[in-house]
Design a protein around this ligand. Sequence first.
Ligand code: PLP
Ligand code: COI
Length: 354
Amino acid sequence: MENIINNIPVTKCEKSKISDVDFNNLAFGSVFSDHMLVCDYKNGAWETPTIVPYQPITLDPSAKIFHYGQSIFEGMKAYKDTNEDVWLFRPMDNCKRLNISAKRLAIPELPEAYFMEGLKALLKLDSNWIPTNSGGSLYIRPFIFASGNGFHASPANAYKFIIATAPSGAYFSGKVKVAIEEKYSRSANGGVGYAKAGGNYAGQFYPTQLAIQKGYNQVIWTDDNTHEYIEEAGAMNIFVRINDTLMTAPTSDRILDGITRKSIIEIAKAEGINVEVKKISVNEVVEAAKNGSLKEMFGSGTAAVVSPIAAFGYKGTDYDLPELENSYASLLKKRITDIQYNRTDDPFGWRVKV
Ligand code: PLP
Ligand code: COI
């Protein structure tokens, strides 16, 4: 069945899979909605996007994504309020960041209208997939990869932009325990750390597996040069609270410029919290843990939202964080999710209606 939404041609699936889904038991990113947006880059231009049933993709074995890893992605969420209205959070920032990543990976930049109008059309079509249970949302995964063929180690001449969506609950289940990395690096000066490139995640998996074997959930990356400064975690930026000061590392070409991170900084400042964006040394954090001035650590990210860290490990010692009744993490999580789910005013102008 063909129709048009927001100027995007749509081919609807014959039968929805939604009745097979248990919305109360959703492992993060494991069930996918009925449709996806697809847009091809060929002959030097992005073609008009189309929406089609969610389905596998056929690629030639020589497609450059398989050999040279030209692949970038974004992570966003759609939220449904009690009136069934659908909202996005700072979506243009994701669109801009996708194009920042594209530039670094020599991928042609995508027209912003294709991203925004395509996304809105997809969400209108699959709006019944947006969970309404507490903490639920539709995780959105826009991505671009090299679909062009050939073993020559050079940028492809064809790409695919796809948006797939997955109804999801919390990213972490249970307490989050992190290992501060002493040996491996996620990124380096002049590298691709600031891009949301698939390879950044592939490179993290092995050191993260080693950390998981020791009982941690995630690695906190340190600077590649000295391993003395905290940078970010595998899927989130990191905040540290010492006494009443909330700190986070400055972004750089090694760190993802998280949209949740920059929003948390603004919300915290508006709440009167003293926020410092500064280099955070591991020694400073260890000393603060020892003398009791380390009050909180938490991660921020689209999937992770605001995830309190219960303990961290460093040089063979584990340090537990106190369980505070009125933590900054719980206050800031409430403030940001109230904006995202349209439960409160949006003084920052971040919410966008679909
Ligand atoms: N850092 C990394 C490595 C991530 O994968 C993510 C997740 O997107 C973040 C930080 C948080 O970014 P954002 O808040 O834009 O989701
Ligand atoms: C997100 O929070 O959207 C991310 O991209 C993290 C991801 C690796 C699950």
